[in-house]
Structures are given as C-alpha cells and as structure tokens.
Design a protein around this ligand. Structure first.
Ligand SMILES: *Cc1c(COP(=O)(O)O)cnc(C)c1O
Length: 439
C-alpha cells in the first residue's frame, strides 16, 4: 500500500497485515473485498488469518528470551473477539485464554482448550460460573472483592477443592485512554484499592479453600504508551515484595491487556518494544522467577478485521451530506459508544467526485454513525470497508431494531471460510412468545 489517496488517516500499512490496496482495489490476503461482499452479502465481518498469526507471533517472540527461555505466556482476552474459529487459531498457536463469563468459558471448553490455560476474570462472577470454573479446573480465578473471595471459598468447600485465586489490584494509574475503557483509576469499579490489597491478601490466606497463587492488574484498553504500564508494574512488584515479607509468596503476575492499536491516528509501541519494556523491568528488579501472564485482546485481533458494508443511499444536504449504509451501530458499536474513529475506504474506483460525508446506518438513533466528515468518492450500491474492526466489533453487536447480526468470514490465503452464519429474522423471532389468549 502506497500513500493513502484520501484525506482521512489510515492505519500505517505495516499495521494492516492482511489488508492491502493494489491498483485501487482492496484485498484481504489474496481475495478482493468487493468479491467477498458480493459473495457473502453485507454487512459482513472479514478477518485475515495471517494477520492473527502475525500479531500472535510478535507477542510470542517477545516473550522468549535470547536463549529461548519463556519469559511470559499469552492469554488471549476472548471478549475482544470470541468467534470459535478465531479462538481456535490462537489455541493452535499455543495461547491460553482470559475469560470474563461462563459463556466464554464454554467457548474455550468447546474448542478443547486445556483448563490449565484459562484464567477467569470479571467483577461479578455468579455462583454458577464459579462452580463451572472450579469443576473444570481453570488455572486461576481473578478476584475483585472480599465478598467474591468469600463466595469462592464457600463454593470450593462445597466441591471439596481449593480454588486457585489471584487478586486484581487497582494500581491507581492514569492510562490516558477513553474514560469508558480506563480501568486502573481509583474511581473505577475494577479491582481492589491499592491501599487495601495487603489486608485483602491476609484475609484470603486465612480462607481454607483458597490457594493464593497470583496477583493481577489491567489498567485499561487502547493504551498507546508504555509509561502507565511501567508505573503500574512497579507498584505491583512493590506489593509482591511486601507480600513475600508477610509470608505470602506468589507464583504468578498477570499484567492484563490493553495495548492499543493504530486506527489511523495513533502510534502505539510495537508489540516487541512494549513486551520487552515490561519483561526487562521485571528481570531488572529481580523477579525473573515469577511466572508472567499477558492478556492482550485488541492488539491481537483489532487490525485483523474489517466490516464490509454497502451504500444504500446518498443524501445531500445544505449543511451535511450523509452516506447511508447497510451496517449500523448494532453491528459496530464503537463509534456510537466511544466516538471511536475507524478508517473507512471505498472499495471501487468509479470516477465519481469525492465529497465529505457522515457515514451513518439505518438505525433510529442520532448516535447511529460509523464515521464523520469522511472524504469518499462513492455512489449508491458501492461497497465500503470499515477498517480495524476485528476487536470489540462483532462481540459488541446486538439485534437492536430487530437487525440480524452479520456473518463472519475468515480468509486464509485465497480461501474464504464462513465462521459464523448471518442470523435470520426467523431465528431472532423464534424465541419470543405471545401471552395466552383470554377466553
Ligand atoms: C478486556 C480485558 C483485557 C483485554 O484488553 P485489550 O484492551 O483488548 O487488550 C485483558 N484483561 C482483562 C481483565 C480485561 O478485562
């Protein structure tokens, strides 16, 4: 891909592994995006297998020392993209999984993930979810409150087992990201306050059905510099030292996920640079014996996916032009929820003059937009690709406005595979029941 030929920022080509523009046509690996849109219909999520592999391999290589010793292990954060085929690709590459619900746990079990490669996080685990996690024998439950510790202890006693637990510390650092995806400040609902964590560990150590194995933190998402991570890491390592002095020796340290990606305007550190900064600091401070877990989500899948959509109507106005497409906020929520920017490219060159448009969906909400003030040379029935939608795209999709969720396709070289069929309206309605008729 050469220089972008339009005004709106595109992710740098090296960050768009899997996608390329050649002679004005867009490809995912060896296949034309236009042809995929025609073949499978729109809206359509497409993912590049090669991009998933490339992103994972970058992490893996950084996790290995020069002498080939493993310094950290990758647990893919499933909530970023929970499609079974995506999870299975990562499983085959050796990933573990970071789970936040019983449903995600069922997914991991369905693809045959080793329970010892699963960590179960989340602020509100239900008793049923805890029971399932303990029955299958997950590696660790990441705990966020004393009430939850007591609940897990109680259920472990019922099951006559010891629950492996880690406490999620809220290190109170500013990840400088969107407030909705910042999780490590003291006012967030996440984690246990830094000043309460030692006390909470002492209480956990007293509960007879808990096995205190680790400590974890996750300071936010779409973080584009290493500095907040190093701040959090230093604070967490201080805790590990204090705990050890108090007789609580931990086996692992889980640093969460959150590394940002290039949506067009960002230049986050490269995976290796980021991972090395953390792992080198851990070694420098003499903690090389701790097992290290990383839980990347977005940075493994974000740039590997695109949402393809078709232009329904062009609506020109005195103050705004609208490009109304067949994808909407129910298919891709990030713009409506976070005012997130996704690059949008036209998939054909048709000689039409470029104009500035708001790209909007058909849903009855003013918040239903996918891009604002975009320069696009398009007409009705053209296809667009909304880039970098592999993370928090399909997984946040809903059926709002009774819209079936899109199909998902994975491309591997010159082959396209349906990895989730498009939903039908019949399927959506089949769960609903009328009240009985009054006689
Ligand atoms: C969401 C989440 C992640 C992944 O975050 P990304 O920003 O997608 O990398 C990792 N760990 C926990 C606990 C999470 O909640």
């Amino acid at each position: 891909m050469s220089k972008p030929n339009h005004l709106d920022p595109l992710p740098a080509s090296q960050n768009l592994a899997g996608f390329s523009e050649r002679d004005g046509h867009w490809f995912i690996e060896e296949l034309s995006l236009t042809q995929l849109a025609e073949q499978f219909g729109t809206p359509l999520y497409v993912y590049s297998k090669n991009a998933l592999v490339t992103a994972f391999t970058a992490y893996e290589q950084a996790c290995l020392n020069v002498d080939g010793k493993r310094r950290a292990r990758i647990f893919f954060a499933v909530k970023a993209n929970s499609n079974l085929a995506v999870m299975n690709c990562f499983k085959e590459l050796g990933a573990g999984f970071d789970l936040v619900s019983g449903g995600e746990l069922e997914r991991a079990l369905l693809i045959g993930a080793d329970p010892a490669s699963l960590v179960f996080a989340g602020v509100g685990k239900s008793a049923a979810e805890i029971r399932l996690a303990l029955r299958v024998g997950v590696k660790c439950l990441n705990v966020e409150s004393i009430a939850e510790l007591e609940q897990i202890n109680h259920i472990a006693a019922e099951l006559s087992c010891r629950a492996p637990i880690s406490l999620r510390v809220n290190p109170d650092v500013d990840a400088q990201t969107h407030p909705y995806i910042s999780t490590g400040l003291k006012d967030n609902k996440f984690g246990i306050a830094y000043h309460e964590i030692l006390k909470t560990y002492r209480e956990a150590a007293l509960l007879s059905h808990l096995d205190v194995v680790g400590i974890d933190c996750h300071i936010g998402s779409q973080i584009t510099s290493t500095a907040p991570y190093l701040d959090a890491l230093d604070k967490v390592l201080d805790l590990v030292t204090q705990l050890k002095k108090g007789g609580i020796g931990l086996r692992h340290l889980d640093l969460g996920g959150g590394l940002g990606i290039d949506y067009g305007n960002e230049s986050p550190p490269a995976t290796t640079e980021f991972t090395n900064a953390l792992l080198d600091r851990i070694a420098e401070r003499g903690f090389a014996n701790l097992e290290i877990l990383l839980e990347p989500g977005r940075s493994l899948v974000g740039n590997a996916g695109a949402l393809l959509t078709r232009v329904e109507y062009i609506k020109l106005g005195a103050s705004k032009n609208f490009c109304i497409v067949d994808a909407a906020m129910n298919d891709l929520l990030r713009p409506a929820l976070y005012s997130a920017y996704h690059a949008i490219v036209a998939l054909q060159k048709n000689g039409v003059e470029a104009q500035i448009y708001d790209v909007v969906g058909p849903v009855c909400e003013s918040g239903d937009w996918l891009g604002k003030d975009r320069s696009l040379a398009i007409e009705a029935n053209d296809y667009l690709a909304i880039l970098s939608t592999g993370a928090y795209g399909f997984t946040m999709a809903s059926n709002y406005n009774t819209r079936p969720r899109p199909a998902e396709v994975m491309v591997d070289g010159n082959q396209a595979y349906i990895i989730r069929e498009r939903e039908t309206i019949t399927e959506l309605l089949s769960k609903e029941r009328l009240l009985p008729q009054k006689k």
